[in-house]
Design a protein around this ligand. Structure first.
Ligand code: ADP
Ligand code: TPW
Ligand code: MG
Length: 574
């Protein structure tokens, strides 16, 4: 309740204002943390929110505050809140908002904005920009609040839009004038709205469940693919029960890894290309048939005819790339519960020939990989370094792994087994660089668990300044920079002039000193055994740590595992 009051027609009326109403509305709806960069007109909003008991984490750049909010949304199913200043701060946050929308992460970007009257007449206000119009095509919904009395309903709309149906990013525009608008405190309190059942269950049609189970039962070589929508749903036990009752081999998309342990006997992770090619029925649960699954067609999927079953909350996702013979529209919790009911206790297991084939291929691939992960070369290759990190996650399965880069990403995804749901956070649907420190900070704040950030040296550079934020809040984050002197490899040479090649960085950079600059622990590791010692010390101490892991600059490949998407010139100039 506001403590402001003025004498009005002879009586003392308690007043409130836009600042207080925004904070009261957020608190009423359970917002505990705001990820922010201060400045006009929202500096006081951050201060007052902190004073009111909301945790306000201040970043060095809005993109990372935005990425933090987005992943907080993914981890908690509550919209993560990012707060920025007008025009440039807003635009910096917008990349994260668009990325959140693309990945189906619920977040709200709240940006202050300039005087409407001046912006709309384009008269050159301080940080003038029509932010609402710019945000609209890049998010699920965009709203502006002009009157203090609408703050309650405006924030309620933003929350519901972010988390209901397919989750995503919402933009909320708060013009500077709104914050100092004054209204009667009692009426202000009444105007607030606590959102009831923000993401209501969406029950699938019974006929769609039956159709899907009939197709699954008819399969000779069934496969389930679990995506990050399934991890987001937080119905881990039901999904496990469904997989085990069905007996079907499963693949987990990058951020779904660990929903079931990657070491589960039905996991086909190490036989990925075989199961994609050979399967005859594929059931997608919270995974889209986008580029990450080669759009459901082409060489990756082989010649065997496929039938697709898809479970998703978004009806428009069905038939997006190929025909879906059994669409099931609903929230994953409700859908999986309905499947379990429909399957009963005597569900037939898939043919043994298929299970044996998948297991044989998986075991063969795992055996082939094992010696590469045990090498102790110095400088390290990717496998030697990742072998160590794989053992760290095995020993600390509740650590959160954040991962970005090209080789550093693709190889870590394949090598590091995950054992628990929502512990692997990465570049997601866009393959975007720059999520590293924002995701790490929010993961540490939201879960209280230690974080291991495995970062390509290029990838790290996109958000590297946030190591100061990590030190300022003293977060248990251990960053391992895979330093191969550049993007993909550090060996490119410019054949025309003295400038460095476009993909290389300063040779033998000391990223560890960046962490030392802010009082954290910085170490260089040149061998797998040094790397292991350094990571163990970081976990033991819980101190912000950056390990500069020296990787052989010639050991990576162009674009990591997605070189096929990289166009190359076929014209040779004389
Ligand atoms: P991945 O990258 O792991 O393959 P995607 O991001 O492509 O996953 O797909 C996630 C899908 O999950 C989206 O289509 C989204 O609509 C869906 N989804 C998200 N949350 C739920 C939910 N609670 N219930 C059903 N579907 C969901
Ligand atoms: C916002 C393009 C994809 S991967 C990558 C870039 C620049 C960096 C790869 O080098 P790194 O990893 O991190 O050192 P490694 O192990 O292979 O050496 N800008 C954005 N997003 C993307 N994806 C790019 C550029 C890119
Ligand atoms: Mg690199």
């Amino acid at each position: 309740m506001s403590d402001a009051s003025v004498a009005h027609s002879g009586e003392d009326r308690e007043l409130t204002d836009g600042f207080h109403l925004v904070i009261d509305a957020l608190k009423l709806n359970g917002v505990k943390t705001i990820y922010n960069v201060p400045g006009i007109p929202i500096t006081d909003l951050g201060r007052m929110a902190q004073a009111a008991g909301i945790r306000v984490i201040s970043f060095r750049h809005e993109q990372h505050a935005g990425n933090a909010a987005a992943i907080a949304g993914y981890l908690t199913k509550q919209p993560g809140i990012c707060l920025t200043v007008s025009a440039p701060g807003f635009l910096n946050g917008l990349t994260a908002l668009a990325n959140a929308t693309t990945n189906c992460f619920p977040m709200i970007l709240i940006s202050g904005s300039s005087e409407r009257e001046i912006v709309d007449l384009q008269q050159g206000d301080y940080e003038e920009m029509d932010q609402l119009a710019i945000a609209k095509p890049l998010c699920k919904a965009a709203f502006r609040i002009l009157h203090a009395a609408d703050i309650g309903i405006g924030i309620a709309r933003a929350i519901r839009a972010a988390v209901s149906g397919r989750p995503g990013g919402v933009y909320l525009d708060l013009p500077a004038k709104l914050f100092s608008q004054v209204m009667d405190a009692e009426q202000g309190a009444k105007s607030l709205v606590k959102v009831i059942d923000a993401a209501p269950a969406q029950i699938p049609a019974a006929a769609s469940i039956k159709r899907a189970l009939d197709v699954l039962k008819s399969a000779q070589r069934p496969l389930v693919i679990l995506g990050k929508g399934a991890a987001y749903a937080q119905v881990d036990a039901s999904i496990r029960e469904f997989i085990e009752t069905s007996g079907v081999p499963f693949l987990q998309m990058s951020m779904a890894k660990g929903l079931l342990p990657d070491t589960h006997p039905q996991s086909a992770g190490a036989a990925r290309s075989t199961v994609l090619k050979e399967s005859d029925v594929v059931m997608l649960i919270g995974a889209r048939l986008n580029w990450l699954l080669s759009h459901g067609k082409g060489k990756t999927w082989g010649d065997a005819p496929k039938k697709f079953i898809q479970i998703d909350i978004e009806p428009k996702e069905m038939d997006s790339n190929v025909e879906i013979v059994a669409p099931v529209v609903g929230d994953i919790g409700s859908c999986v519960t309905a499947f379990l009911q429909g399957m009963g206790t005597n569900w037939p297991k898939p043919p043994a020939a298929w299970m044996d084939m998948v297991a044989a291929k998986r075991d063969e691939n795992i055996a082939k990989m094992a010696p590469r992960l045990m090498n102790n070369k110095s400088p390290m290759d990717f496998h030697g370094a990742l072998g160590v990190l794989r053992s760290v996650i095995k020993d600390h399965p509740d650590m959160i792994l954040v991962n970005e880069g090209a080789n550093t990403l693709d190889l870590a995804r394949g090598v590091i087994d995950m054992y628990q749901p929502r512990k692997r956070l990465d570049v997601g649907t866009w393959g975007v660089m720059g999520i590293g420190m924002g995701f790490s900070i929010a993961a540490a704040i939201e879960t209280g668990k230690p974080v291991l950030a495995v970062e390509g040296d290029s990838a790290f550079g996109f958000s590297g300044m946030e190591v100061e934020t990590i030190c300022r809040y003293n977060l248990p984050i251990c960053i391992v920079v895979f330093n191969n002197n550049g993007i993909y490899r550090g060996t490119d040479v410019n054949t025309n002039g003295t400038d460095p090649a476009t993909t290389v960085f300063v040779k033998d950079s000391r990223y560890d000193l960046m962490m030392q600059a802010f009082g954290g622990v910085g170490v260089t590791a040149t061998s797998p055994s040094e790397l292991l010692t350094a990571v163990k010390a970081a976990i033991e101490s819980g101190q912000p740590t950056l390990i500069n892991a020296v990787i052989d600059p010639s050991s990576g490949t162009e674009s990591g595992r997605i070189g096929n998407l990289n166009p190359q010139s076929v014209v040779k100039k004389k």
